[in-house]
Ligand binder design. Structure first.
Ligand code: NAD
Length: 260
């Protein structure tokens, strides 16, 4: 990744999936810029950015075009081009990440879609202007987009739309050499995940039922993020790449292989 420059959006702390990807890319020589959402998170993100030699650390709230424009304008002042963007951003009212999907409110449906789905398209609109030689855009999703998971509710609907937008963006931007992919990560204990009802139970279930019989780490996802950001994945676009210990392939475990 030496000589490549990219933007990492969605680090909240050192448990963030975005941080796992940032570490993996930095270890291979990639140069990074970071965004943070609000002053409280800035205090956490700056020291992490310092530790990987990043001096472009910018505020960005993806709910406004002005904020996203300001972020890309600030990057454009320092860098003439971008090679990759990692979008690891999602939000929903935690009151609606428990109970049933059928009770979702109109306001939270719209907000969840805006932050967790549309923001990736909004970022792609700005990033493409900075990728004259092509590039790689990636976002993070979860199996709750494909199958019903307890409490994932409206976030599952937003992730399904996000995965679909990955395909449309890949088709739109392919002729510019810009690849667009999603990583579907298994459950990981992060700040965002702590808002999901009974998350510990989901972690335990995944660990017991995934072929690798363990949960994934941010380093596992980091490896996949590095691959998607790099030339190693140059022929890959519009792809949904699962990094979930194989949980997504399981219909039912053989009784003899199921844990006691
Ligand atoms: P996290 O809490 O570390 O990261 C979520 C990030 O979203 C935070 O940095 C937060 O500041 C940012 N964000 C929320 N609203 C924003 C806004 N309006 N503007 C800008 N940033 C905003 O949690 P994480 O689990 O690392 O989440 C990263 C991504 O990974 C999310 O898209 C999440 O849905 C996805 N994901 C997580 C898991 C999991 O189990 N943790 C599994 C699959 C996918």
């Amino acid at each position: 990744m030496a000589g490549k420059r990219g933007l990492i959006m969605g680090v909240a702390n050192d448990r963030s999936i975005a941080w796992g990807i940032a570490k993996a890319i930095h270890a291979q020589g990639g140069q990074l810029a970071f965004t943070y959402q609000g002053e409280a998170l800035e205090r956490r993100v700056r020291p992490l950015a310092d530790s990987v030699g990043a001096d472009l650390v910018l505020p960005c709230d993806v709910t406004t075009d002005e904020s996203i424009d300001a972020t890309f304008a600030a990057i454009g002042k320092k860098w003439d081009s971008l090679d990759f963007v990692v979008h690891a951003i999602a939000f929903s009212d935690k009151e609606e990440l428990k109970g049933q999907y059928v009770d979702t409110s109109r306001a939270n449906f719209a907000r969840t879609m805006d932050i967790s789905c549309f923001s990736f398209t909004a970022v792609a609109q700005r990033a493409k202007a900075m990728m004259p030689h092509g590039g790689s855009l990636m976002t993070l999703t979860y199996l709750g987009a494909e199958r019903v998971m307890p409490h994932y509710n409206v976030m599952g609907v937003a992730k399904a739309a996000l995965e679909c937008s990955v395909r449309y963006l890949a088709a739109d931007l392919g002729h510019q050499g810009i690849r667009v992919n999603a990583i579907s990560a298994g459950p990981i204990k992060t700040l965002a995940a702590s808002g999901i009802g009974d998350f510990r139970q989901i972690l335990r279930w995944n660990e017991l039922n995934a072929p690798l019989t363990r949960n994934v780490t941010i380093e596992d996802v980091g490896g996949a993020g590095l691959y998607l950001a790099s030339e190693l994945s140059r022929g890959v676009t519009g792809e949904l790449h699962h990094v979930d210990s194989g949980y997504n392939i399981v219909g039912m475990l053989r009784p003899e292989s199921a844990p006691e």
